[in-house]
Design a protein around this ligand. Structure first.
Ligand code: IPE
Ligand code: IPE
Ligand code: MG
Length: 245
């Protein structure tokens, strides 16, 4: 088991997590899927506090995808209720740890109660500056890219931007993630090795880390393990190893 002292100072600035496996966790124990989601929120709290403690500046959590709207209505309702409850309960944790809450995704689609609660916590924590916690809610990378292309196209049509000046920064400025740096480390739990429409543009040079641990079982030790593993890698960004040293 890795402890904090074994990490060096190269802490990833932006960690993103695909929190997967709540349903399988519940099934294994003979519970309803909802119990898995409930226990998943405990792993969220522990991960948020650990990241803040070790000095991660940006933590982005995939909580609900555009595709997750296609789940049975009862499960979607449960997830939305859990979101409201977690926001109500966790505001204390956010304030105590000086964490700013942020959200990405098509928030218009959220039930009014969830959206109102979310915007309230975002407002209350807006001056916190130790870490930014971003919840991806009703988020899909393709939807984000379509929105981005549409917005830029309108600006081109109206003569605000000329097409040959479109570059990476222009794209970045129109994404939901406009205030976030690129992802350094992407973690997915539950053994699945896929991206599931998460931050496709933003993970261009992220290090990917997959673990078999189901999300409700994900503990601080698992996070430290992922970061320890990240610290052993050489990020070359297309260059040769010799160029880096
Ligand atoms: C992740 O767990 C939570 C959400 C996608 C909202 P799942 O609910 O996908 O759990 P599995 O993949 O069915 O085990
Ligand atoms: C990805 O998990 C979305 C979230 C973790 C919120 P899913 O469980 O929805 O992904 P797939 O369907 O296995 O790809
Ligand atoms: Mg899943």
């Amino acid at each position: 088991m890795i402890n904090k002292e074994q990490l060096n100072s190269n802490i990833p600035e932006h960690v993103a997590i695909i929190m997967d496996g709540n349903g399988r966790w519940a099934k294994k124990k003979g519970f309803f899927r909802a119990v898995g989601h409930e226990n998943g929120t405990k792993a969220v709290r522990e991960t948020v506090e650990s990241c803040a403690e070790i000095g991660v500046k940006y933590l982005t959590l995939y909580a609900f995808s555009t595709e997750n709207w296609n789940r049975p209505k009862l499960e979607v309702d449960t997830l939305m209720k859990l979101l409201v409850n977690s926001l109500k309960n966790e505001i204390k944790t956010l304030q105590k740890n000086n964490i700013k809450l942020n959200a990405i995704g098509n928030l218009k689609l959220l039930p009014t109660k969830a959206r109102t609660e979310l915007l309230e916590v975002i407002e209350k924590t807006k001056s916190n500056d130790h870490m930014t916690l971003t919840l991806a809610l009703s988020y899909g990378s393709r939807e984000e890219l379509i929105k981005t292309i549409e917005e830029i196209s309108i600006k081109v049509k109206n003569g605000v931007i000329s097409p040959h000046l479109i570059n990476e920064s222009v794209i970045n400025e129109h994404l939901y993630t406009k205030n976030l740096p690129d992802v350094d480390l992407l973690i997915r739990t539950s053994g699945e090795q896929r991206i599931s429409n998460f931050l496709l543009w933003q993970i261009a040079y992220a290090e990917l880390y997959f673990t078999e641990v189901l999300w409700p079982d994900f503990k601080e030790a698992d996070l430290l393990e992922a970061i320890f593993n990240y610290q052993k890698r050489e990020r070359r960004f297309g260059k040769t190893s010799e160029q880096l040293s």
